[in-house]
Design a protein around this ligand. Structure first.
Ligand code: SIN
Length: 281
C-alpha cells in the first residue's frame, strides 16, 4: 500500500488515499494514518471493499474497540461493530422519530471513559442527503474570548445519555440505564497526543455546568454551543458508498443530517479511552 494524505480545504479533515481493505495494514501505514487523525481531526477513505474483520482490525489499531450502550444494534460478528440503519426495511433498521446520531454529540461522552475516536463505514447511502456534520472543537476552544476561556478553565459538566437528543435515541432498557449513570468531565480538556486544549461539551449529552447556578449553567452552555457550532468550524461529510470516515472524538462533535427517506446503513467502530486516569474531574 502507498498511503497518501491529502488535507481538505476548511477547518478539518484529510483524505487518505491508498488504503486497501483486502490486505493487512502495515505499522508504517498505520502511523501515517494515526498522525493524519491527530493533525486533521477527521479522515476520509473512499471506495474500500466491505470487509468487517478488516474494519474491526483497522479500528482496533487506534485502541480497544468498545461496545455501544445500544447492544441491540451490535453486529452479528461482534460487539466491536454497531449497525446504524434506517429505512432499510430490515429488523436492524431503527424506528426512532429522528435518525440515530441526528443531534450534536461526541460518542460516549456520557461514559466515565469517553471514546478517543469513531469510524463510520457506509454500506448503503441515500441518493441525496444523509450527510454527517462534524465540528472542530480545538478551533471552537481557540476562538473563544479570553475572558470565557478563563471562566471555563476549571469548570466541570455533567453528561447524560439521551439528554437532549430530540427523538433520535430509543428508550433504554433498565439494565442499559443502570450501567450508565451520569458522569462528570472537565469542560476544557487537553488532548493527550497533541497537547492542545479542546472545548469538551456537546448539546446532546451535556446537562449542566456543575459549579454555577442552573440559570447560569443554561446561559453558559447556550453561549458555548452557539459558538462551537459556527459554520466555519464545521466539516460537512458527503457520503459515497463504501467510504470510511474517522473522527477524533476528543477533538470534535458530530451530527447526522436528518434529510432523507431512502435506505442508509453504516457500520460504526468506537475506539475506547486510552488515556490514563485523571481525565475526570
Ligand atoms: C453517529 O452519531 O455515530 C452516527 C452518525 C451518522 O450516522 O452519520
Amino acid at each position: 500500500m502507498v498511503i497518501r494524505v491529502e488535507p481538505l480545504e476548511g477547518p478539518m479533515g484529510a483524505v487518505v488515499h491508498g488504503l486497501d481493505s483486502t490486505s493487512p495494514l502495515s505499522d508504517e501505514d498505520f502511523t501515517i494514518i494515526e498522525r493524519a487523525m491527530c493533525d486533521h481531526v477527521a479522515i476520509v477513505a473512499p471506495a474500500l471493499e466491505e470487509n468487517v474483520p478488516w474494519l474491526r482490525d483497522f479500528g482496533s489499531r487506534f485502541g480497544p474497540l468498545v461496545p455501544h450502550i445500544l447492544d441491540q444494534y451490535h453486529h452479528p460478528e461482534g460487539f466491536e461493530v454497531s449497525i446504524i440503519a434506517r429505512n432499510t426495511g430490515t429488523s436492524e433498521s431503527r424506528g426512532t422519530a429522528k435518525p440515530a446520531g441526528a443531534f450534536w454529540h461526541s460518542d460516549l461522552s456520557y461514559e466515565k471513559n469517553p471514546s478517543d475516536a469513531i469510524f463510520l463505514y457506509s454500506t448503503q447511502i441515500p441518493g441525496t442527503g444523509g450527510d454527517t456534520l462534524a465540528a472542530n472543537m480545538y478551533l471552537a476552544y481557540d476562538g473563544l474570548p479570553e475572558k470565557t476561556k478563563g471562566r471555563i478553565e476549571t469548570l466541570t459538566a455533567t453528561h447524560r445519555w439521551g439528554w437532549n437528543t430530540g427523538g433520535a435515541t430509543p428508550k433504554l432498557t433498565k439494565e442499559q440505564q443502570d450501567t450508565h449513570p451520569d458522569v462528570v468531565h472537565r469542560v476544557v480538556r487537553v488532548h493527550p497526543r497533541t497537547g492542545r486544549k479542546i472545548l469538551f461539551v456537546n448539546p446532546g449529552y451535556v446537562m449542566r455546568i456543575n459549579e454555577v447556578s442552573r440559570d447560569e449553567s443554561d446561559e453558559l452552555l447556550e453561549e458555548l454551543f452557539e459558538h462551537a457550532l459556527r459554520p466555519d468550524y464545521q466539516y460537512r461529510h458527503e457520503w459515497g458508498l463504501n467510504m470510511l470516515l474517522g473522527l477524533d472524538n476528543r477533538a470534535s462533535i458530530h451530527a447526522a443530517v436528518d434529510d432523507y427517506d431512502e435506505p442508509r446503513r453504516m457500520l460504526r467502530m468506537i475506539v475506547g479511552c486510552t488515556e490514563t486516569p485523571g481525565l475526570d474531574a
